[in-house]
Design a protein. Structure first.
Length: 209
C-alpha cells in the first residue's frame, strides 16, 4: 500500500506534512509516537478519509480496531460466537478462536462483565472475521495485563504468518509490541513518518525526543 505526499490536518493543526507512506503485505508495520502527535487520527483516517488523501480502494478495505471500536456488551461470548458463525461461517472462527485462547473465557458471562483483555480478544475476533485486507490496530495492547499482551503478541505473529496477503498497521506507544512482534518499524517525527531498519535505533530516537 502506497500513499504519496500524505498530509493530515485536524482542527487547523498539521499532524503530517507531505510524507510518503508505504506498508507491505505479509508484515506488521508498527507506527510509534508520543501522545498527541496524531497516531489515532491517522488510524481513523485510513477508514474515514478526513484528509481526502485515502483512496476508496483503501478505505473500503480497512478494518479499524481501537479502544473506541464496539461489540455488544449485553450478550455472552457464546451468543456472540453463535451470531458471528451465522454471519461469517464457522471456518475462520474455528481457526482464530484457539489462537486467541478464547476457550478460557466463560461463555455464559455477559461481555460487559469480562476483563478488558477478554473484551479486547473478542473484539479482535469480531472485526477480523470481516476479512478486510488492511487491518489497522490502534493501541490494542494499551492498559492490558501482561498475560493478555503476550497472548495478543503471539496471535499477531501467527495470524500474519497464515495471512500473508494482509497488511497490518499497528499504531502504538507500547515498546514491547516492537520487540515481541516482528515487522517494519516507523516513528512519527517532525511532521513525518520515518522508517527504521533497526528497532533499537527507533527506540533510542523515541526515548530521546
Amino acid at each position: 500500500m502506497n500513499i504519496a505526499k500524505y498530509t493530515l490536518k485536524v482542527k487547523g493543526k498539521t499532524l503530517l506534512q507531505d510524507t510518503d507512506l508505504h506498508f507491505s503485505k505479509g508484515k506488521i508495520s508498527h507506527i510509534i509516537g508520543k501522545n498527541g502527535v496524531g497516531k489515532s487520527q491517522l488510524a481513523k483516517d485510513f477508514l474515514l478519509n478526513n484528509s481526502k488523501r485515502i483512496s476508496n480502494d483503501i478505505s473500503q478495505n480497512v478494518s479499524l480496531i481501537s479502544s473506541s471500536s464496539n461489540i455488544p456488551n449485553d450478550v455472552s461470548k457464546d451468543f456472540l460466537l453463535s451470531f458471528l458463525s451465522r454471519k461469517f461461517g464457522s471456518k475462520m472462527i474455528d481457526t482464530i478462536t484457539p489462537l486467541l485462547n478464547l476457550e478460557n473465557i466463560d461463555g455464559k458471562v455477559l461481555i460487559k462483565n469480562l476483563s478488558n483483555g477478554q473484551k479486547q480478544k473478542l473484539k479482535l475476533l469480531s472485526f477480523l472475521l470481516a476479512d478486510k485486507n488492511i487491518i489497522v490496530l490502534d493501541e490494542i495492547t494499551n492498559a492490558l495485563d501482561k498475560k493478555t499482551v503476550i497472548e495478543i503478541h503471539r496471535f499477531l505473529n501467527e495470524y500474519i504468518h497464515e495471512n500473508s496477503e494482509k497488511i497490518i498497521i499497528n499504531i502504538t506507544h507500547n515498546l514491547s509490541d516492537l520487540k515481541a512482534v516482528a515487522g517494519d518499524y516507523y516513528l512519527f517525527h517532525n511532521l513525518g513518518i520515518q522508517k527504521y531498519d533497526l528497532v533499537e535505533k527507533l527506540i533510542e530516537v523515541y526515548i530521546n525526543e
